[in-house]
Each structure stands twice: as structure tokens, then as C-alpha cells.
Design a protein around this ligand. Structure first.
Ligand code: ADP
Length: 431
């Protein structure tokens, strides 16, 4: 007599009868592999041809023979011609729904033994209960992973006498298979919930940290402005008033930078950060950044080395933002008086910019993390306030140019950030 394939690979072999009808079981061929003779026949019912094809492929790969039907009526017709071992049907279909199909099968004396598995829209318990109430043998929540689908089909067939379980089924086999499915779903849901809870807790921690940093970094320049304004108001000589414009300029620039970083980081995260490449002289861009940063960090000697010019196709404003952030960090994370060196090296197809400092350095283990959103080192946190957004934005901007940014040691102490940019990035926007 012909034997059915055990798609789950759990059957140990043998024969069984269910509700008086003899059914064929998997037999082990001694090598542990399935015996391929008469595969189990399944009808897949779904109004979506793509979904039908997807399910068909999964079932074929698992060793079943598959018939397909685009709706419940076609399925019932096919069943009457030749009853399948199992029906796998979508719950929601135009015309006759999956639930009505289950009822029709149950009420048909010829077909009532055929187990029906319904594909329900999500983990909604209402759907599952409706399906089981209507007489479905089991259910699979969408979206599903193919392994879960195959496992559910295996359990259901097993419960209907198509395979022998490695552990004996105690009683009420249909119920046992469904309970197993429900328990597995519950366990999956619990794992998903735990993962979401941990991710949410991390996001809340990051948000709190960001709020504290933003509050601090906005309050500090405001306090400086307030202090200078009140000094100027009390100063009869007008000397403080004369310097006030520069203080206002510097402090508001700091605040605007922070706000810009927040906007850029949000855009980078949603993939809409843009660059507008055009022919630029990178050396010129870097030189003007160095001038501005010498002004901002007068206690850090800054040197710049390289060719007289380096023409590339890139977004000059965005590259200035990157270089400024790297120079700012080099100063922020090193002591006053410690030098910062910028070097530009031209290659045939790319230009390399390195920014080296003699600061606190970055441990090897944290050289990836610092390019993540809010990624900071412990030493960095202890040394200076920061949002942890700058390098995240830098990396996105450099990637948009088709380039790379990495960090290495700068022996004997400090870090060296290396930005490599292709001469012609061809980039226009993130994606
Ligand atoms: P922020 O400086 O605002 O925190 P960044 O994204 O620019 O944000 O930098 C992320 C982290 O990387 C910093 O908090 C710091 O821990 C580390 N870091 C960046 N540049 C340097 C550097 N030159 N030397 C040492 N640590 C650095």
C-alpha cells in the first residue's frame, strides 16, 4: 500500500485509522529520510494568485502535492472530484469566506472529515475563536514563517491520522494540535513582547538622555547671553555692549547647530536626508572649516596639510558640516593645548581626509557604536556634554556621497577619523 510523506519529518512509521477511514502514515525507510511514494494532497484556497503561488511553493518544497483554488466554490468542486488530505484556506475572501467554507465542508457528509486550516489576518484571538467555532481544524496567523505553517499542517495531519507523533497524542487529537498551535503562538507573542519592551525601554532611556542634553546645551548659551546682556545693561562704559554682538553670534550659532542636528538625525533615520553634489574644491571647504574652528577653539593648535586643491563632485555645505563636527569633537574630547592635524591625500579615484587628535581616544570595542544614533563612549560622556548625533549624521552624509568614515588609534594617544570620498559620488539623496 502507498505511503504518505511526513513533511515535518517526525513520523516513526506505521498505520492508523481515524473515524473508521483508513489513512496512510509515513514509514521510516531506516535512513531517517521520508519515503516518497504517494505524497499528501492539499488544496490551497486564496483569491490572491501571488499568495496561492507562495503557499504552493512552500507546500511543494515540504513534499506535499498541491491543488489550488481561487475561491471556496472552486475548492468545494475540487474536493468532490477527489477529497484532499487537508484544505488550507484564507479566512477573508470575496464571495464565500474561509469561515463559510469550513462550515460547508463540515456540513457535507462526503467531505466532513477533511481538516481545514484557516490563515487568519493576525494574532487577533477573535479570528482564531471564530475559525475554531466554525469547525476549522487549526489556524495560522499571518504573517507567518514557512516553518510554522509546515509545522501546523504537520500537527493537523498528525491529529487526523496522517503521521505518528514522536510523543503519543493523549486524547482529542484535533484539540491537542490546536492547543499546541495556540501555545506556540502565545510563546512567540511573549518573546516579541519582551523584545519590544526592551527596545522601548532603551528608546525611553535614549529619549530622556537626549532631552537632558538638549536642555543643557540650549540652556548654557542662553545663560551666557543672559549674563552678557545684564553685564552690558549695568556697564556704563559701553565696552561690554561692543563685544555683545560677537557673543550673540557665537551662542546662537551653537543653538542653531544643535537644532539642525536634531532635524538632520530625524531625516537620516527616515531616509530622506539629501545631498546636492556639484563640482567643489574640497581643500577650500576644509580650509574655511579650519579657520572657523581655530576661532571657536583658540586653545587648540590646528594644522592643515595636503595639495593646493582637490576637485570632487560633492555637496560642499554638507562636507563642511562633517569636517566641522570632526574638528569640534577632536577639540572637545582632548585637553586645551593639544594639537589637531587635518591631512588631505589625493588618490586617482578618491580623496582621503584625516583628522587626528591627541585626546581621550576611542576604545576598539566602541568604534562602531559611536556612529550609531546617540552612541557615546563612557570616557566621552565624562569629558563633555553631547547629543551623540553628530557622527551618526556624518556617517549618513558620507554614505550618501558613496564614501566611508572610520576611526583608528592615533599613537601614542588620541584618535584619527578617516573620511574617504570618491571623486564623483553621483549621489543625490539617501535611500
Ligand atoms: P557628541 O559629541 O555630541 O556626543 P558625536 O556623534 O559627534 O556626538 O560623537 C559620538 C561620541 O563619540 C562622543 O560622545 C564621544 O564619546 C565619541 N567621540 C567622538 N569623537 C571623538 C574624539 N575625537 N575623541 C574621542 N571620542 C570621540
Amino acid at each position: 500500500m502507498a505511503r504518505a510523506v511526513d513533511p515535518v519529518g517526525t513520523a516513526a512509521g506505521g498505520w492508523d485509522t481515524v473515524r473508521g477511514r483508513e489513512r496512510q502514515l509515513q514509514s521510516d525507510n531506516g535512513s531517517g529520510g521520508p519515503v516518497e511514494e504517494t505524497p499528501v494532497d492539499i488544496i490551497v484556497v486564496d483569491d490572491s494568485p501571488t499568495q496561492v503561488e507562495y503557499l504552493r511553493r512552500i507546500l511543494l518544497d515540504a513534499g506535499y502535492t498541491v491543488r489550488t483554488a481561487s475561491g471556496a466554490e472552486a475548492c468545494l468542486g475540487s474536493c468532490r472530484t477527489s477529497p484532499p488530505a487537508l484544505i488550507l484556506s484564507d479566512l477573508v475572501m470575496p464571495g464565500i469566506s474561509g469561515l463559510e467554507l469550513v462550515r460547508a465542508v463540515r456540513n457535507d457528509r462526503e467531505l466532513c472529515d477533511i481538516p481545514v486550516i484557516l490563515l487568519t489576518a493576525d494574532h487577533d484571538p477573535e479570528h482564531v475563536i471564530d475559525a475554531l467555532r466554525a469547525g476549522a481544524a487549526n489556524y495560522v496567523s499571518k504573517p507567518f514563517v514557512p516553518e510554522v505553517l509546515i509545522q501546523r499542517i504537520g500537527w493537523t495531519l498528525e491529529a487526523h491520522g496522517y503521521a505518528r507523533s514522536p510523543t503519543p497524542i493523549p486524547s482529542g487529537p484535533g484539540l491537542f494540535a490546536t492547543l499546541r498551535s495556540a501555545l506556540e503562538d502565545a510563546a512567540t507573542r511573549a518573546r516579541e513582547l519582551e523584545r519590544s519592551r526592551a527596545a522601548l525601554a532603551a528608546a525611553i532611556r535614549q529619549r530622556d538622555e537626549l532631552v537632558a542634553v538638549v536642555a543643557h546645551d540650549l540652556r548654557t548659551p542662553l545663560q551666557v547671553l543672559q549674563g552678557h546682556a545684564s553685564l552690558a545693561a549695568r556697564d556704563g562704559t559701553g565696552r561690554i555692549l561692543a563685544g555683545l554682538a560677537e557673543v550673540v553670534n557665537d551662542q546662537t550659532a551653537t543653538m542653531v547647530r544643535l537644532i539642525d542636528d536634531l532635524v538632520d538625525a530625524t531625516q537620516a533615520e527616515s531616509g530622506v536626508l539629501q545631498v546636492q553634489p556639484q563640482p567643489i574644491d574640497l581643500v577650500k571647504v576644509i580650509a574655511s572649516c579650519v579657520v572657523a574652528m581655530r576661532h571657536r577653539w583658540p586653545n587648540h593648535p590646528m594644522t592643515a596639510d595636503g595639495p593646493a586643491s582637490a576637485m570632487i563632485h560633492a555637496d560642499g555645505r554638507r562636507l563642511a558640516q562633517v569636517v566641522t563636527n570632526l574638528l569640534d569633537n577632536a577639540a572637545k574630547y582632548s585637553d586645551a593645548g593639544s594639537p589637531i592635524a587635518v591631512t588631505v591625500i589625493e588618490r586617482s579615484d578618491a580623496v582621503q581626509v584625516s583628522i587626528a587628535d591627541r585626546g581621550i581616544g576611542i576604545p576598539k570595542a566602541q568604534r562602531q557604536v559611536i556612529f550609531e544614533r546617540h552612541g557615546r563612549t563612557d570616557a566621552g560622556r565624562a569629558k563633555a556634554s553631547g547629543s551623540g548625533l553628530g557622527l551618526f549624521i556624518c556617517r549618513e552624509l558620507i554614505h550618501l556621497h558613496g564614501g566611508t568614515v572610520t576611526v583608528e588609534d592615533n599613537p601614542p594617544t588620541g584618535s584619527r577619523f578617516v573620511v574617504t570620498l570618491p571623486r564623483d559620488s553621483g549621489a543625490t539623496r539617501s535611500g
